[in-house]
Design a protein around this ligand. Structure first.
Ligand code: NDP
Length: 264
């Protein structure tokens, strides 16, 4: 590390599962960019103080934001890019020349780009999304731009799923979206089923849904990155379903991040 090294941060609570500091520091190295990303473990009640302090560090360029800060940090941003505005969540913050905070959200585009890059298709597909938190919201808003046939949203807290449906309907009228309670849904007609909940992060988490109830030709996607192969994906693989790993979502954000910070 040099005195000129640019610093990026990854802000989260808990922090142990985050992969971004390792991934991005190694990308900076590969691209000969004099920068590092450090993990920053901050609880909700300290978020404002920490962000204010980071503004004062001149070689601190920006942050990736994860659980539980994605929504609360939107209120601390001076400018929100369209994807952050629509989803009401921020997963990247840039400190501009005047040290203003510019919030963006690449989760949804990251998922979609990674999925398509893996030679899977979304056009005309029926997709079931488990979750209605920050990542699920962003993914849902990107999916509806991909000419899908039908989006089904299922979340433990059904009100959050209904709110997500309202957000989508207010911005995009071109796609059929339905919300189902966690006890009353069918997966048989779904081509793609995405776990965008935090289930799978912890070793003894229950599976978000029963893979046996999915069609044999369906693709099961997880957005959990750690472990790489979640219990859900192991079960899906053992039942002969096609699977899609969570790591592709972050890997596909790399180009978007480079353009946002104008660093590659
Ligand atoms: P949020 O806290 O915003 O949302 C969490 C979601 O998980 C909610 O839908 C919540 O449901 C659901 N959930 C949590 N616990 C349970 C449970 N016990 N049973 C059923 N549902 C549950 O988190 P994010 O949306 O930001 O992130 C979700 C996950 O995605 C995280 O694990 C994160 O690591 C991962 N992620 C991966 C990325 C990647 O690039 N691969 C990028 C971003 C996130 P409810 O509303 O009912 O509480």
């Amino acid at each position: 590390m040099l005195s000129t090294t640019k610093i990026f941060g990854c802000i989260a609570d808990p922090i142990s599962h985050v992969k971004a500091p390792t991934i991005f520091t190694s990308i900076f190295k590969d691209k000969n960019i004099d920068a590092v990303m450090i993990p920053i473990h901050v609880s909700q009640d300290n978020l404002i103080n920490v962000i204010e302090a980071l503004k004062g560090i001149k070689n601190f360029c920006g942050l990736t934001v994860t659980i539980p800060h994605k929504t609360s940090v939107t209120h601390l941003c001076d400018i929100l890019e369209p994807d952050a505005e629509i989803t009401g969540a921020v997963n990247w913050i840039k400190f501009d020349k005047e040290r203003k905070l510019v919030g963006n959200n690449f989760d949804g585009k990251g998922f979609v780009n990674g999925f398509l890059k893996n030679n899977y298709f979304l056009k005309n597909k029926t997709i079931c999304l488990f979750g209605a938190g920050g990542a699920a919201t962003s993914i849902a808003c990107s999916l509806v731009n991909e000419n899908i046939k039908h989006l089904k949203i299922i979340n433990r807290d059904i009100k959050k799923a209904q709110n997500l449906n309202k957000t989508i309907n207010a911005k995009f009228s071109n796609v059929k979206v339905d919300v189902f309670s966690k006890n009353n849904y069918s997966l048989k007609d779904c081509d793609v089923i995405i776990n965008a909940t935090s289930l799978g992060l912890k070793a003894h988490d229950e599976l978000p849904f029963d893979v046996k109830k999915t069609s044999r030709n369906s693709i099961i996607a997880d957005i959990i990155m750690q472990p790489k192969e979640t219990e859900l994906l192991k079960e899906a693989k053992s039942l002969g379903r096609s699977i899609h790993y969570g790591k592709y979502m972050i890997e596909s954000q790399i180009d978007l991040v480079g353009r946002f910070f104008k660093i590659w």
